[in-house]
Design a protein around this ligand. Sequence first.
Ligand SMILES: Cc1cc2nc3c(=O)[nH]c(=O)nc-3n(C[C@H](O)[C@H](O)[C@H](O)COP(=O)(O)OP(=O)(O)OC[C@H]3O[C@@H](n4cnc5c(N)ncnc54)[C@H](O)[C@@H]3O)c2cc1C
Length: 483
Amino acid sequence: MIKKFFKKLFFSSLSLIILNSSLIAISNEYYDTDVIIAGAGLSGLTSAYKLNKKGIKFKIFEISDRVGGRSRTAKYDNGMKVEAGLAEFWESNPAIELIKELNLPTEEGQGFSSCFINNTLYKYTQNSNEEFLKSIFNKNEFNSFLKWDREVKILLEKLKNRKPDKNMMKLKDISFADWVTKKHKLPKKVSEWIRVTIEVEIGTSWENISALDGIDEWHIFNNGGEKEYHIVNGNETLAQELAKRVGLENIYIKHQVVRFKNIKDAVEVEVMNNENFEHKTYRAKYAISTIPLFRLAEVQFEPQLPKKKYDAIKTQSWGSYFTAHVFFAPDTKKYWIDDKGQNILPILSDSPLGVIYSADRKDDKSPYIVNLLITGEYAEKFNYRGLLFDEIRNELNLAFEKIWKGSSKKIIKYEFFRYHPRAIAAWPVGRSRFDELSEDLRKPFGRIYFAGDFTESSHSDGAIRSALRVVNDILKKEKKNEN
Ligand SMILES: Cc1cc2nc3c(=O)[nH]c(=O)nc-3n(C[C@H](O)[C@H](O)[C@H](O)COP(=O)(O)OP(=O)(O)OC[C@H]3O[C@@H](n4cnc5c(N)ncnc54)[C@H](O)[C@@H]3O)c2cc1C
């Protein structure tokens, strides 16, 4: 608690010192800095880290009182850390390279999970993903899944340059659900497993996304699947470590970007200090906005954003996430540890529980903290502030009873984490992350560059990839200007 207080004090006094001092690190008299970054989530911090390496100066403005954005690790009294946001990094995520570079220790998972579908629990206790699938499906089901998965592999190969050809582009006009169930006519059990597996990733129904984007998402599970990684001290440490490396003095927390203005040879960014409502305008060569796209409604652009960019934002759709930490009595591990002592978590459930991620505890006497990542319609319902936490608790208790009889009586308490109902990017049928509107959004508007997961994909891979893209674009532009 005291530590927390000092940390807060440190950050707020830091922002005051910086605001009160005249601007440091200016590139030349015309500019206050080279690049202004809006948002200190993974994309803002990665952009800063990459710019820093090239000796380019920057300032980051973050509306909230912490860095990390949707990457957030809860800390409890007994020293336990449990993810409340970003849960895992998939193998192909460029974040993995950053994590290695920063020497952050990780633990590894196999990617596939136990599942609870139509009131049946399929436990992953086998030695490989293939053996696990064979335990769920009969021979015919398994073979039809393999055939489908092989076709997806061919399509994913074609998507490697992230520029689908005309024929593939047609897949944006049907839903992933229809593509799997109507075009491929997969056996019900197989399509249900694909549905439950993909819906966790996109945070919405598979009917709400295009087949093209569903195929792109399936790269995680294709051809035997990717491994997943978790940072030992909590996923939030990636953001914290990046913040340290770029210099805390360059990060202004509790500062809201309210206006971007393209002017001759520069961009002006107006920022409001959320503690004293003081407005200040900074001039930079470039600005990077990592503000989640749906929040751009809170920012003014001068001149106004072009129609195409507005269309790209307005026609995007969204997935929802809600996190619950459930404190179970110390003698409850029998629910998730099977007779042979094997841990069957995580479990993807077709129920209000969403994904039952992990159950961790400090020592034999401490409670287990079970982490639920709730998605889609349940998340939308639970995020609604008209719904009391007591009602959510009752609904989750009932869902626990369905999967593990008697378990709800062992629950000591819940902690809940609400996210904005637009927690995750999804593109509706007719749109895609690869379409012309998305392409256009990835292009700068004057000197303002758009990054953040919402410009690329539904996950932190998109956050990192977008940061690498904008930094690369800025470096290219600078080089061109030099020549
Ligand atoms: C519950 C949950 C679970 C998830 N699980 C996974 C997972 O397992 N694997 C995975 O890869 N991804 C996961 N994600 C997604 C992942 O968290 C995001 O893709 C990633 O954190 C996005 O980073 P970002 O920097 O693009 O955006 P954010 O993290 O949203 O950062 C944007 C920042 O901008 C700030 N901001 C907003 N408006 C302004 C303004 N006007 N001025 C200044 N600052 C502003 C915000 O406060 C925020 O800090 C999950 C997300 C949630 C919510």
